[in-house]
Design a binder for this molecule. Sequence first.
Ligand code: AMP
Length: 212
Amino acid sequence: MITLALSKGRIFDETLPLLRAAGIEVRGDPEKSRELILATNQSDVRVLVVRATDVPTYVQYGGADLGITGKDTLLEHGSLGLYQPLDLQIAKCRISVAVREGFDYLDAVQQGSRLKVATKYVAIARDFFATKGVHVDLIKLYGSMELAPLTGLADAIVDLVSTGNTLKANHLVEVERIMDISARLVVNQAALKLKQAPIRRIIDAFATAVAQ
Ligand code: AMP
């Protein structure tokens, strides 16, 4: 059995064409059903529906052989024991610094004052500001980071940005792009040895589909 861990939403939707290219059709739709293990047209391939931030954990400990997750999640989680053969070029976005409209970010950074930064991405934010030599107090949040600068909880946020509509709707502006993000295929290293042929077949089919 080959088990693939996916999260609901954008990653699931954008992975379906890649699976199809590998001859795999998923039976069921996680938006419509509460089933967490989905069968496919191939009796030896199944899909687990897990939280995005849990994908690396499932693959690391062998609960899944393969998984698809954002580079943001991998950087936060760490990628110990995970083989990362492919950038799948899906679920593309960027991770950026944003502040309230009218907040003078450059001045705050140049003054050397301690910036209060709210984010779900504490490791990425810590590395970024350390490299810039900016002193920050990091505030860990689990959602709705946009609220933090609007309520005085923080001066800035570090969050994923795609179209920029969410920032705009909350009167925030993007002031720095930290890095581009896309989804990666991760593979359990032991599974790669034990189930080499079927896993290689999937990796190769994905690689061909991505290159097209
Ligand atoms: P947007 O309004 O298009 O800039 O999207 C921003 C919101 O969608 C933020 O709250 C992000 O957390 C989320 N988002 C955008 N792109 C992604 C992605 N590739 N993966 C997960 N969440 C995303």
